[in-house]
Design a protein around this ligand. Structure first.
Ligand SMILES: [Zn+2]
Length: 426
């Protein structure tokens, strides 16, 4: 049998193990927030990867955003050296899952198998992908024990809340330095025949309009910050949203609606704080003197972040010109630059050949509308040769009755094993 066929057969033979591993991972509820059971899942992965001949390190992101003694941010990095010198291929998966939410018909932490799928919170995002990468690596090691270079597998904390206690921390410590790691694959649920090259940029900001408090029966004695904010929203509707819809990108972003610049108004709050649900009193009559809005602007690789910020300031300055007492502050909350790996990068072309060999057609190349841990690998780690590739359907992430297809996991693991063969058996 040809080597590629042997590898595929070896992965296929491990189907039951792949399912059991996915179930085990789902059954450790790693909810974030608050960041639960990270140590437990790292210990589980540690036992598994030690058995497969990996050298492992458990690393707590001590002092990182989110880390506390109650909910410590544990990460695992496992490395297995090959028989000779070569490059290192690293599979990075996040171990955290988002809240359960309503509407489930199965136990979110039960890992139930039904109709060829494994169900549970994190099944597709992304414990199925993590399991696929482990089984792919183990199958590859069994068939090609004399491979060159090294294989790394990491399970990292907090991707869902920015990755500061996970990949960002490890990148700061040099774990993604190009001298140590040459290829990174992040098994996020992008579908088994698609290669994700990167993501759009993010700019979050808080805008505050200012007014003056007064008695609500005499609003003319005060200055209503909520009305000022209303004027900001009206100006956004009139000029900003139409302008953003005009900005189209050449990045292959999916879904189609995200092929343009977008802005979400995350929240607006002005005036008296909301009371607890059991509060039976009435509100007090006051003119609100502060109103705050949080905006979430997603931008394109063709845009400059300075222009993104200037565009928002232009809206505020235009409103200011037409309202005598208008005063505002704006504060940046978060920024991530867009990133896109070159289609000719070695990890992209190797994964593309593996997709072709598994499915008989070339992959689709996509870019994610939102960010994921590639941002830290690129910006802090300075490693450009990175993609997201993994089983599962992105639309199911964070939804009730989340699942991952078993056949999809097997085929993705075959693609990952063939990618290892491509990069490490030369
Ligand atoms: Zn994810």
């Amino acid at each position: 049998m040809e080597l590629a066929e042997k590898l595929k057969a070896e992965v296929a033979a491990r189907r039951d193990d792949l399912v059991a591993l996915t179930q085990d991972l789902i059954r450790i509820p790693t909810l974030n927030p608050p960041g639960q059971n990270y140590r437990e899942i790292c210990d589980y992965l540690d036992r598994r990867l030690l058995r497969s001949g990996f050298h492992t390190e458990l690393i707590r992101a001590k002092g990182a955003i989110g880390d506390s003694d109650k909910c410590p941010r544990w990460n695992i990095i496992a490395r297995r050296e090959g028989a000779r010198a070569g490059e290192c291929v690293h599979f990075n998966s996040h171990i955290d899952v988002v809240e359960v939410g309503h509407g489930w018909t199965t136990d979110p932490f039960g890992g139930e198998v039904r109709d060829g799928r494994v169900y549970g919170r994190g099944a597709c995002d992304m414990k199925g992908g993590l399991a696929a990468s482990i089984v792919a690596a183990e199958a590859f090691i069994a068939i090609c024990p004399d491979y060159a270079g090294a294989i790394e597998i990491s399970g990292t904390a907090d991707e869902e809340s920015g990755g500061f206690g996970g990949v960002a921390y490890l990148a700061e410590k040099g774990y993604f330095a190009p001298s140590r790691v040459q290829h990174v694959i992040i098994p996020e649920p992008l579908n088994k025949d698609r290669i994700c090259l990167g993501h759009r940029g993010v700019w979050w900001a808080e805008i505050e309009t200012k007014g003056e408090i007064a008695h609500g029966s005499m609003p003319f004695l005060g200055d209503c910050a909520v009305r000022h904010m209303g004027a900001v929203v009206a100006e956004m509707e009139a000029s900003l949203f139409p302008a953003l819809a005009e900005k189209r990108t050449d990045m292959p972003v999916v879904p189609d609606g995200a092929k343009q610049s977008t802005l979400n108004i995350n929240s607006i709050h002005g005036g008296e704080a909301e009371q607890e649900a059991d509060y039976t009193g009435l509100p007090s009559p006051c003119v609100p003197d502060r109103c705050r809005m949080v905006i979430d602007r997603r931008f394109l690789i063709e845009e400059d972040i300075a222009d993104v910020e200037a565009e928002i300031r232009a809206v505020l300055d235009k409103v200011q010109a037409s309202r005598e007492t208008f005063d505002y502050d704006i504060r940046e909350l978060h920024r991530v630059l867009p990133t896109m790996t070159d289609k000719d990068a070695p990890v992209v072309t190797a994964a593309a050949r593996a997709v072709e060999a598994t499915f008989g057609h070339a992959p689709d190349y996509v870019v994610s509308p939102g960010t994921y841990d590639q941002k830290h690998i690129d910006r802090i780690g300075r490693l450009k040769n990175c993609i997201a590739y993994g089983p599962g359907i992105l639309d199911l992430a964070h939804k009730p009755d989340e699942y991952v297809g078993i056949e999809d996991m097997v085929q993705s693991a075959q693609v990952m094993a063939l990618t290892l063969q491509d990069l490490l058996t030369v």
